[in-house]
Write a protein that binds this ligand. Structure first.
Ligand SMILES: [Fe+2]
Length: 324
């Protein structure tokens, strides 16, 4: 089994490429929309990305799940949990028509990528549809999981904040029920064996919690013992008070990202092809042997007119348009 964290320092965000080296198949968990880095890593490791998933509908970046499905034909495994308001709305809108190959998964469902088994665990709180994945390397003969991809449920030293639906997306009265749902999810996490590795989706600096640690991974046992949210989580009322206090102001763009990731931004493949472009007018031309306007490798460059026709070219850090 191959496992690699791909970390975006600027967002403190972690995606995971997990591959079966025997069959060459691999899955990406929680990819961002700039997918080149994942494709290059898979190529280097002689793996094919045949599956893509995410732990929840993200609020802090544009998801790459749809982009990877377009580019690689990978099978999507996405949460069916959380109720009707939290269902993915773009699964039947492939750029060439029809649905993406996909499976909607619920708590306790399992699926395989090569000889690696993924078991779904519904862990609401941060978001209603949030799921985690228990990963078992069946190819090596293991009958028990090695670790759990916890997404924005459990971080090193923190848990995913349950107030964002209310404070960022404007759903009045949502944060206390979400905090209680998170308390219940923590009780389920407490029942997991201590030896399991914890692979979280964020590190220090992320606005998805209030005090994330600067260590890339942990274990279930360590978090049970030393994570402040778990220590507060021994009593429900104390936990609700603890988790809803001291959370940082959510960035304004979170509401828009949430909406865009649920409804689905248009794939790059469906955007207008880049037209001929000229460099910005910078005065008298100076002869040079080097190309004067070369887009970054693998990044489609579009002139301003194309961008205006294709709103999906905005990125997470572009000008925010909050819902509220
Ligand atoms: Fe999140």
């Amino acid at each position: 089994m191959f496992l690699r964290m791909i970390y975006d320092e600027k967002l403190a965000q972690a995606a995971y490429l997990i591959g079966c080296q025997r069959t060459g198949e691999a899955i990406l968990i929680d990819p961002e929309r700039d997918i080149d880095r994942y494709l290059e890593l898979a190529l280097r490791e002689k793996l094919r990305i045949t599956a893509v998933t995410e732990t929840h509908i993200h609020a802090d970046f544009l998801s790459g799940a749809r982009e990877l499905a377009e580019k690689t034909g990978a099978h999507l495994y996405l949460s069916a949990e959380g109720g009707p308001d939290w269902q993915y709305q773009w699964l039947n809108q492939k750029s060439t028509g029809g649905p993406y190959p996909h499976t909607l998964v619920r708590d306790s469902d399992t699926f395989r990528v090569g000889n690696i088994e993924f078991k779904v665990m519904h862990t609401p709180g941060h978001t209603p549809e949030h799921i985690c994945f228990l990963v078992t390397d069946r190819g090596s003969g293991a009958a028990d999981p090695m670790g759990i991809a916890t997404g924005d449920f459990v971080f090193v030293g923190d848990v995913g904040r349950p107030d964002l639906l209310e404070t960022a997306a404007g759903v009045q009265g949502a944060k206390e029920p979400s905090a209680r749902a998170l308390f219940d999810s923590i009780q389920r996490f407490n029942a997991l064996p201590d030896y399991l590795q914890v692979w979280p989706a964020h590190g220090a600096g992320s606005a998805c919690g209030k005090a994330l640690g600067a260590v890339p991974q942990s274990t279930v046992g360590y978090e049970k013992r030393l994570n402040p949210a778990f220590r507060a989580g021994r009593d429900e009322e104390e936990f609700v008070r603890f988790i809803l206090s001291g959370q940082p102001e959510p960035p304004l763009y979170f509401a828009r990202m949430k909406r865009d990731n649920k409804s689905g931004r248009q794939s790059w493949a469906a955007c207008p092809a880049p037209g001929a472009s000229t460099p910005p007018n910078s005065g008298p031309s100076i002869p040079s042997a080097a190309p004067s306007w070369t887009p970054a490798r693998g990044r489609p460059f579009a002139p301003a007119t194309s961008r205006a026709r294709c709103p999906s070219r905005s990125r997470a850090r572009s000008t925010p348009t909050p819902d509220r």
